[in-house]
Design a protein around this ligand. Structure first.
Ligand code: SF4
Length: 537
């Protein structure tokens, strides 16, 4: 099908999915939920699907998905899949930001749809820009100048609260300013425009401080009761990366506390979903769903994962799982996973060094990794992917040699029964984690170490495939992750096609050296200190 017209483009996606929510009747609150990644990725995000469902469940609100459409001659615009309307027609534009690179896409979206980019320049009649998701909950500062409201925490609390306030403002004719000030006083809403920028703290030049008395110094996190109400997807699409998959949340957060990990920090506390409710959601999956995707940072920590997986097996559908925790996988679980037609497993050993494992705070024993791999090979799994990091604080050449040796021994354990892939990426210091002030490897060092690893693995474990992301992407991700509001202008330059983000940062006089490549003194404050993290080392 030629996709040169918006109606054909929309039809291609709508015909591939079930569960599209088309709400009729008068709804004053019209939300355009902007897909910052391609449709295939966006429809595989449980976070985005949850926002879409929650808005559409509310009286007076309608939410439609805006997807990028590349016009053959006149550039890209975003159109609503549900109605075909353009982005500028929605009074509220919502973004669920899962990856740092989507910050750049957000600015590109504003430019391509001719929406006044900076919140300070928007006024009555302009759309209200609202963002949430993991990146926003950890550090929204690089895109703060573009956003009116940042939702910090769980959508189950933030979406109804935002809608109630917006509808009250609409009914009573509040000004935009009054709406923003009202939201700023409520838990989980950070309104960047109500903070002035202040001084320098250690490595960070720009820190937000409240500009008025009613504005909180620290923004609290909205935390939902996920036990009874786990998230689930409404749309099943054969074009999604998770093809034909119905997604059901098994737990939010993680009960472990690895020192590099953002997931456990921004989703505290660990909240497993009630088994009965998860099974109900599995049984209620749409007929078009050929697979059930269980979502959670550490599925094995759910006390009844085997029972949940058995419910998937009983439904006759395939099971999609994320990474399993080394040390929590036993023969019974592997048997159930096989019954659900799972062919490959993913584990995240992170490092082969017992010393670094202890430093990370990841508590499994090396023998448990070998035992899991042996059981997986015996159970007839065909593939195994292992995630490792390089450049961890305190890492030396000896630790990397241990990695090659571990991969060699694992390959020996599996023989030819299991296709082994390893994914190796550099450690990136993330905001709000215990290692937020650590340094990362420079791109040249990343390349060199990857070359050494590749050589070692080719020699010692020739059948094992090594994967990694481009080093420059890791550095961009780190810069955005730890950035502040001075990033706004380089983001605008990069979005307008003036070069790679890293070049635009350099041309804007932003020195990444103190933030990325030097171990920082634990800063009293960070750009993201405006968000209450409950963080303690
Ligand atoms: S790395 Fe995994 S086990 Fe560790 S805290 Fe994060 S999600 Fe939990």
């Amino acid at each position: 099908m030629s996709l040169d017209r918006p109606d054909r483009f929309r039809r291609r996606y709508l015909e591939a999915e079930t569960g599209t929510l088309v709400k009729t009747g008068h709804c004053p609150l019209e939300v355009g939920l902007v897909a910052l990644s391609p449709y295939e990725t966006a429809m595989s995000s449980l976070g985005g699907q949850t926002v879409y469902r929650l808005f559409n469940e509310l009286e007076g609100a309608r939410c439609e998905r805006l997807v990028r459409f590349d016009r053959p001659r006149s550039g890209a615009i975003w159109v609503s899949l549900e109605s075909g309307r353009a982005a500028a027609e929605f009074p509220v534009l919502a973004f669920s930001i899962s990856y740092e690179q989507e910050m750049l896409e957000l600015v590109r979206f504003l430019q391509e749809n001719r929406i006044t980019p900076r919140s300070a320049d928007r006024g009555e009649g302009d759309p209200l820009l609202l963002a949430g998701g993991p990146v926003v909950s950890s550090n929204p500062e690089p895109v703060a100048p573009f956003l009116d409201v940042c939702g910090i925490g769980d959508a189950e609390i933030l979406v109804p609260s935002l809608a109630a306030n917006w509808l009250a403002a609409y009914g009573a004719g509040w000004t935009r300013r009054l709406l923003l000030e009202t939201l700023a006083g409520q838990e989980g809403f950070y309104v960047p425009g109500l903070y002035r920028l202040d001084g320098v703290s250690g490595s960070y030049p720009v820190l937000p401080r409240p500009a008025g008395q009613a504005v909180p110094v620290r923004v609290g996190r909205a935390t939902a009761d996920v036990g009874r109400s786990p998230a689930f997807s409404v749309i099943v699409s054969r074009l999604a990366h998770f093809r034909d998959m119905h997604l059901v949340e098994v737990a939010r957060g993680c009960r472990w506390n690895c020192r590099f990990c953002l997931v456990c920090r921004i989703n505290r506390p660990y909240r497993p979903a009630e088994t009965g409710r998860v099974i109900e959601l599995i049984e209620a999956a749409p007929a078009a769903a050929g697979a059930i995707g269980l979502v959670g940072a550490n599925l094995c920590d759910h006390p009844e994962l085997a029972r949940i997986a058995a419910a998937v097996a009983a439904s006759g559908r395939r099971l999609g799982t994320s990474s399993l925790r080394v040390g929590s996988v036993d023969r019974e679980l592997l048997t159930v996973l096989k019954r659900c037609r799972v062919e490959s497993l993913t584990l995240a050993p992170e490092t082969a060094s017992a010393e670094l494992l202890a430093r990370i705070g990841k508590s499994y024993r090396q023998e448990e990794l070998f035992e899991t791999v042996r059981l997986a090979a015996e159970a007839g799994f065909r593939g195994l992917k292992l995630y490792y990091m390089i450049g961890l604080p305190g890492e030396t050449a000896k630790h990397r040699r241990e990695l090659v040796e571990q991969v060699r021994l694992l390959a020996g354990t599996t023989g030819n029964r299991l296709r082994l892939k390893i994914s190796v990426n550099p450690f990136i210091p993330k905001p709000q984690t215990a290692w937020q002030d650590e340094s990362m490897l420079r791109p040249g060092e990343i390349k060199r170490l990857l070359r050494e690893l590749r050589k070692g693995i080719r020699q010692d474990a020739p059948g094992v495939q090594l994967q990694h992301d481009p080093p420059a992407e890791a550095v961009s991700q780190a810069a955005l992750s730890l950035g502040d509001r001075s990033f706004a202008q380089p983001l605008e330059m990069a979005a307008a096609g003036a070069g790679h983000l890293l070049d635009c940062l350099g041309r804007s006089g932003i020195d990444l050296e103190p933030v990325l490549y030097s171990r920082k003194k634990p800063a009293a404050e960070h750009p993201w200190s405006v968000l209450e993290s409950g963080f303690s080392r």
